[in-house]
Design a binder for this molecule. Structure first.
Ligand SMILES: NC(=O)c1ccc[n+]([C@@H]2O[C@H](COP(=O)([O-])OP(=O)(O)OC[C@H]3O[C@@H](n4cnc5c(N)ncnc54)[C@H](O)[C@@H]3O)[C@@H](O)[C@H]2O)c1
Length: 372
């Protein structure tokens, strides 16, 4: 099997998730080319060196531009804070590389538009890993096969509590120029991506974004203002006619990764929660009255990509497996086996919905999603 050179930027939470996924993908999936861990970059060169040794990268650097320019690197994977995505992705595209970038794609609409324009006709993929889960795949297949009838409603919630404590320190995530929006970009982008994936394009939104904890402590003492939202409540109209509601929060005590959706059709209902990612709850009308109710389907080899990991149903996949499946999708896409999605064009569509929710909140009205 031939190999394909990978350059990864970032050694934090997502950097490690990418590294593990690139290392596992060829053993898990039937790939055309095996990822070769060529170079790992981090602003902290010593951290890059240590992580490269642990994760199996041949080389490391403190200069991401050297990674992008290196002829051994064919895929540039970007796992850095949001404000660096555009600069790094544009440089990688200019160098002729395939780009695999974490979400949200950018800190604002102008940057996202530039990335989408530059990426036209070029291979790109965004890190919307929750789309890879077996239950999400089953939901999509059931909806596409018409098993739910006509989809009439989407209710989505993405709640976490990683900033619920007012003593949680101020960080890049609270600064508009570094993060873009707050919970909306960080969590809401996943939820909007899932809504697009399952129900189709959103065409108009109304909503409100709000900041619950206005200032947070700085590491060295004192406090700094939080410049973006902690929570979002919005209504959606889908182009296909369905109506939706979303509730997004980074200050929702108790919730760790509560990316939950409920899809109502004229012939049934689907209920999913990422905190129980191996399960899909399903209600179909017409059941015997005494035992009617929701059925829980437990993921198994009949629900891709589960079978690539295990032949035994109910043994459960985890978060890292979704990242491995995402990397396999990237490599299948580069081999021309399947279209890459969500690419930068689809990511821009997600950003447009997020920006429209902010505008709707500011102007107190419904806002149509722009198309061009
Ligand atoms: N897909 C998901 O489920 C998911 C989950 C968490 C985070 N993310 C996204 O991943 C990205 C990174 O988040 P994280 O939680 O891994 O952050 P993190 O702070 O844990 O890691 C960021 C890394 O980037 C490095 N870095 C910063 N500036 C750099 C530079 N100029 N050059 C090279 N390296 C630099 C840092 O040293 C650090 O290693 C964010 O965009 C975030 O939204 C996605």
């Amino acid at each position: 099997m031939s190999s394909i050179g990978v350059g990864l930027i970032g050694t934090g939470f997502m950097g490690k998730a990418h590294a593990l996924a690139f290392a596992a993908a060829a053993a898990t999936f039937d790939l055309d080319r095996r990822p070769r861990l060529a170079i790992l970059a981090d602003a902290d060169a010593e951290r890059a060196r240590i992580s490269a040794g642990r994760w199996g990268f041949a080389r490391s650097t403190g200069d991401w531009r050297a990674l992008v320019a290196d002829p051994e690197v064919e895929i540039v994977a970007i796992a850095t804070p949001n404000y660096l995505h555009a600069e790094m992705a544009l440089a990688a595209l200019d160098a002729g590389k395939a780009v695999y970038c974490e979400k949200p794609m950018a800190t604002g609409l102008a940057e996202a538009r530039r990335m989408a324009e530059r990426a036209q006709g070029r291979p790109t993929l965004l890190g919307y890993n929750y789309l890879r889960g077996p239950a999400v795949g089953l939901m999509k297949a059931m909806i596409a096969a018409g098993e739910l009838g006509e989809v009439v409603a989407f209710a989505g919630r993405f709640a976490e509590d990683y900033m619920a404590d007012p003593e949680t320190l101020h960080s890049w995530r609270c600064v508009r120029a570094l993060a873009g929006s707050g919970a909306l970009g960080d969590l809401g982008s996943h939820l909007i991506g899932l809504a697009h994936h399952l129900v189709g394009d959103v065409e108009a939104v109304a909503g409100e974004v709000s900041t619950v904890i206005e200032a947070r402590p700085l590491p060295g003492g004192g406090t700094a203002r939080v410049e973006n939202d902690d929570q979002v409540h919005a209504l959606l109209k889908f182009a296909g006619g369905a109506r939706g509601v979303v509730d997004i929060s980074r200050v929702a005590w108790g919730h760790k990764n509560h990316l939950a959706v409920e899809i109502t059709g004229t012939r049934g209902t689907l209920v999913f929660d990422q905190e129980r990612l191996n399960e899909l709850r399903l209600y179909r009308p017409g059941q015997a009255p005494a035992t009617e109710g929701f059925t829980t389907v437990l993921a198994g080899p009949r629900h891709p990509p589960y079978g690539a990991f295990s032949p035994a149903p109910g043994h459960q996949l985890g978060y890292g497996d979704l990242k491995t499946a995402e990397v396999a999708h990237l490599l299948h896409g580069l081999a021309g086996r399947e279209p890459l999605t969500p690419d930068f064009a689809a990511g821009f569509a997600i950003e447009r919905v997020a920006a429209a929710i902010e505008r709707a909140s500011k102007e107190g009205r419904w806002v149509a999603i722009e198309r061009d």
